[in-house]
Design a protein around this ligand. Sequence first.
Ligand code: FAQ
Length: 326
Amino acid sequence: MYTTEMQKTAQVVSAEDPEKLAAFEARVAADEFIEPKDWMPEAYRRTLTRQISQHAHSEIVGMLPEGNWITRAPSLRRKAILLAKVQDEAGHGLYLYSAAETLGTSREEMIEALHSGKAKYSTIFNYPTLIWADIGAIGWLVDGAAIMNQVPLQRTSYGPYARAMVRVCKEESFHQRQGYEIMMHLAAGTPEQKRMAQDALDRWWWPSLMMFGPTDDNSPNTAQSMRWRIKRDTNDELRQKFVDITKPQADAIGLTVPDPDLRWNEEKGGHDFGAVDWEEFYAVVRGEGPVARERMKARREAWESNAWVREAAVAHAEKRAAREAA
Ligand code: FAQ
């Protein structure tokens, strides 16, 4: 379920009832939402389960690099804001697991796939947060990239996923601004603070560009996902938009994007930019990221040590149901 098997996808699609498939494709083409109880091709269900669960895992694993700084945030105000942000990410994970469950895979199965290494989560969360400025860079760049990708997903063809994205995008937009505000203050601070901001930008820029996934030529899922309107833009289109929006933001606070090939191209109406290190991207996807092991260890330990909370919630629900039945 979690690996790309495009040939298999093609076989599964051609094995579907042609009349049902044609009716489904007409609905998608008319921009109607597909709902959980509607008929859908198996490959559509599988792709969505993969993408939505991967997205949910990213939100939950994404709490770790920032959670690491809650006790070390430089003021009470920064601490309160960061705490609220990390809590929002937990909420996003929960809406997304709920949306994925409507496709017929249980939350336990999804979590088990994450913990066993079968399911992916975003490469970006395998990099460490070394200094306070990294929290600014994550909000500005990582949430900025997430919004770029998620705003179009409010119009994705699967209803529960599209609706979950509406609130997620509102919250991500607050996250992006809080990150940029941290960077703005550091960049306008002492020379040492400015140096920290630049260092964070240097380390987070390229991994942020990788968040959009492989180039369109090397993206096995994009063509079918665009046809079924699961994705509304390709990986390269979104990466380009992100560069075009973010470069002037860096200029505005006096920071330098670490790419000597980055320049405005009048003819194309966008920036040209340097090559992403795809070797690094694929290594991180394979689980070889700088802090990949720590991330999975933290998730597994949290799942095990908090089992009592899940058990208590179930016991409470059962007692209440028994009381109501009596
Ligand atoms: N990391 O054919 P494509 C956030 C995999 S949320 C790891 O192009 P697709 C909020 C891909 O799964 C960030 N794996 O795939 C936050 C596929 O593998 P598979 C997460 C990646 O699905 C902020 C293979 O490569 N956002 O940050 C990555 O059409 C701050 C081939 O790729 C979402 O998940 C990657 N970066 O396009 C939280 C958004 N890229 O499974 C806390 C929803 C690709 O076939 C703090 N997802 N792969 O073997 C999407 O839009 C898409 O799934 C893409 C990938 C665009 C990520």
